[in-house]
Design a protein around this ligand. Structure first.
Ligand code: CTP
Ligand code: MN
Ligand code: MN
Ligand code: MN
Length: 365
């Protein structure tokens, strides 16, 4: 009996928040190529194009095995013409000429150099590029106007672009734990961001603070930061007060990613180190984000601050398009029934959304 095997086709749910995406996957060369194009599109202000490449990469990260031919992709959701061409090039030749061109281009390299400065976004970097600036030395020599944040970013450029190891993140977490115990005993400190997803290193340390008694957390952050500062642990910080009021109602659905309104602090810590790049000095600069959430909003804050960014974006898109709900880092609002849906855990938020729970280690989209 002769059987003709139909070519294997992968199945995949359309939203990244419906999929399990582990940290390690089998299609690294493909996702790297697509993410380079996503980054380049972002540098050009083409958000839509950037998102298309990010979506395609996200689909490949969730595949259970290595893609060997374009045919296997079949009609997988979210992979457009352009991305398919890139995938085909990499599968056939190991590289994609378009991607290699981008990586070598002066504009891409300069934009990367500048956006790696803490406090410099695409717009500022792009303006500097237009003005003919190309190096970090150019910024200094031509007397470019810098914010206090950018000055700190430039001063600690090398340290801040050296990956933060998990051990370093844990050590910073302990230092903050010590500070909050002095300022408000009972406060919990949770490591969120990439480390919570199981990444072995990251670009910063994201810490979420809350207290089991509602209201006690108000004003906590400034006391914690003052104490850490008095211990010479802080090289730079700027804080922002809580500006969220539930009675204002949720952000409109489909609105663009607005930053949440928790009491928060963007900082640079001075971390004592034994080895690594800062060993001679004995310390290293590390970016730390501190966020304070009232206990009732904590599960939403934890979900929102665990990432990945694309996972968060997809969760919000799913909530709005499939459920007519508005999700942010503070709350979940049901627009059909006109009510907020409270939750005491991340699991409960997934339940409200009618989504299967995705643990943090599977949110690496
Ligand atoms: N986040 C946010 N508002 C910001 C910055 C970040 O809500 N102004 C959220 C992002 O949605 C993300 C999480 O905080 O899910 C962590 O962001 P970030 O530190 O930038 O990324 P990580 O995933 O932690 O990756 P890395 O290891 O590079 O730090
Ligand atoms: Mn195209
Ligand atoms: Mn982070
Ligand atoms: Mn962060």
């Amino acid at each position: 009996r002769v059987t003709t095997l139909a070519p294997h086709r992968w199945q995949m749910a359309p939203y990244a928040c419906q999929r399990r995406t582990p940290l390690l996957h089998s299609n690294q060369p493909l996702t790297e190529a697509l993410e380079t194009l996503a980054e380049e599109a972002g540098f050009s202000g083409s958000e839509g194009r950037s998102l298309a490449f990010t979506r395609a990469a996200s689909v490949l990260k969730a595949l259970p095995g290595r893609l060997s031919t374009l045919e296997e992709l079949g009609p997988l959701p979210g992979i457009g013409e352009h991305s398919r061409r890139v995938i085909q090039d990499v599968l056939e030749d190991g590289v994609c000429a378009e991607v290699e061109r981008v990586k070598l281009s002066e504009r891409y390299q300069t934009m990367k150099l500048f956006t790696k400065i803490f406090g410099v976004g695409v717009r500022t970097a792009s303006r500097w590029y237009q003005e003919g600036l190309r190096t970090l030395v150019d910024l200094q020599e031509r007397g470019t106007k810098l914010t206090r944040q950018q000055q700190a970013g430039l001063r600690h450029y090398d340290d801040l672009n050296t990956p933060v190891e998990r051990g370093e993140a844990e050590s910073i977490s302990r230092a903050v734990q010590g500070a909050v115990q002095r300022c408000l005993p009972g406060t919990s400190v949770t490591l969120a961001g990439g480390f919570r997803r199981g990444k072995p290193h990251g670009h910063d340390v994201d810490l979420l603070l809350t207290h089991p008694e509602a209201g006690r957390e108000a004003g906590l952050l400034s006391r914690v930061v003052s104490w850490l500062d008095s211990q010479d642990l802080i090289l730079y910080q700027h804080s922002q007060e809580n500006s969220y009021a539930l009675q204002e109602g949720p952000e409109p659905p489909g609105g663009r990613d607005v930053m949440d309104r928790f009491e928060r602090c963007f900082s640079i810590f001075r971390l004592e180190v034994q080895g690594g790049p800062g060993a001679a000095r004995g310390w290293k600069a590390v970016r730390v984000d501190l966020v304070v959430a009232p206990i009732s909003q904590f599960p939403f804050a934890l979900l929102g601050w665990t990432g990945s960014r694309h996972f968060e974006r997809e969760l919000r898109r799913f909530a709005s398009h499939e459920r007519k709900m508005v999700l942010n880092s503070h709350a979940l609002y049901d627009s059909r029934r006109n009510l907020f849906l409270p939750a005491v855990s991340e699991e409960e938020i997934f339940q409200h959304l009618g989504l299967e729970y995705v643990p943090p280690a599977q949110r690496n989209t």
